[in-house]
Design a protein around this ligand. Structure first.
Ligand code: SF4
Ligand code: SF4
Length: 275
């Protein structure tokens, strides 16, 4: 979660581990209640989109069109959706209600769950496993730090249900970290970015693409997985991320002929322009 430029949060330079301790409590009645849900930039993860669109009874195309806008992440040059804020004085999140809080609380995005803890992933050297670390995001108006309720980063993650999101997003996080480790002058084509966006976020469109194109003849799936992806967005997302590793980075197991697969996908995307 980031703040707009005129009210920047203070990101503490200290790196935290899962055992790092802090005091914090957030609840109705605090004078700052819901202030952190306004004037913000919340980048959504693929699993966030699945949870939110299901919660709202929308398909992914509808959800993305109504509630998000696309931005290119500076360090990866990859397109991601962020929550489209209301056009009110405070630029409120569309899901916040005065005095009530978040109306989709059980399905709120990962960034909202982590807050006031920030989370980052490093890829120290080629071939190394990703390394996670955490940090505090302190905003001047946030009274939560005045509480005596003590947490570790690990117990906060557990309480906020972050683990499930991070596990579901693992393939996407690996793609982002991998791309970030490339020199900045290496960029994906516009069509490759469209594939990344569709297979990461637009599950209903990606499902049609998988089932109605030559995808399955190029990337055969076992029977159980094939049956699952017809209805299970999370399983489809996992297939999408594995496939993207192949077509974008020549890794993974589902795109043995990268050039051929990419050429076909790009041709099909050109025939069906979209996000
Ligand atoms: S305590 Fe902090 S996180 Fe909670 S509502 Fe206030 S500003 Fe937001
Ligand atoms: S999704 Fe919910 S918790 Fe997150 S900013 Fe919006 S109202 Fe606040």
């Amino acid at each position: 979660m980031e703040k707009s430029a005129d009210n920047m949060p203070r990101i503490e330079p200290r790196q935290l581990t899962l055992d790092s301790r802090f005091k914090f409590s957030c609840h109705k009645g605090l004078e700052c209640f819901t202030r952190c849900c306004r004037g913000i930039n919340i980048v959504l993860t693929p699993y966030d989109v699945i949870r939110m669109k299901q919660r709202l009874g929308l398909d992914s195309e509808q959800f993305l069109a109504i509630y998000t806008e696309i931005q290119l992440l500076e360090k990866t040059d990859l397109p991601v959706p962020s929550l489209r804020l209301l056009d009110d004085k405070e630029q409120s999140c569309p899901f916040v209600r005065e005095g009530e809080g978040c109306i989709i609380y059980e399905d709120r995005p990962s960034a909202c769950r982590y807050y006031p803890v920030g989370h980052a992933t490093l890829r120290p050297k080629e071939g190394d496993d990703s390394e996670q670390f955490y940090f505090f995001v302190r905003e001047p108006h946030c009274k939560g730090f005045e509480s005596e309720k003590e947490w570790t980063v690990a117990s906060w993650r557990e309480d906020q249900g972050v683990d499930k999101h991070d596990i579901a997003n693992k393939g996407w996080i690996e793609l982002m970290v991998r791309k970030r480790s490339f020199p900045p002058n290496i960029r994906f084509s516009t069509d490759a970015k469209k594939l990344f966006y569709m297979a990461s976020y637009d599950m209903d469109r990606f499902r049609r693409f998988v089932l109605e194109s030559s995808f399955l003849s190029l990337n055969p799936l076992d029977e159980k997985t094939l049956e699952a992806i017809k209805t299970d967005d999370v399983e489809l997302m996992r297939v999408g991320h594995e496939w993207l590793k192949g077509v974008l980075f020549e890794k993974g197991t589902m795109a043995p002929d990268k050039d051929r697969a990419m050429a076909r996908m790009e041709k099909r995307m050109a025939e069906k322009p979209g996000k």
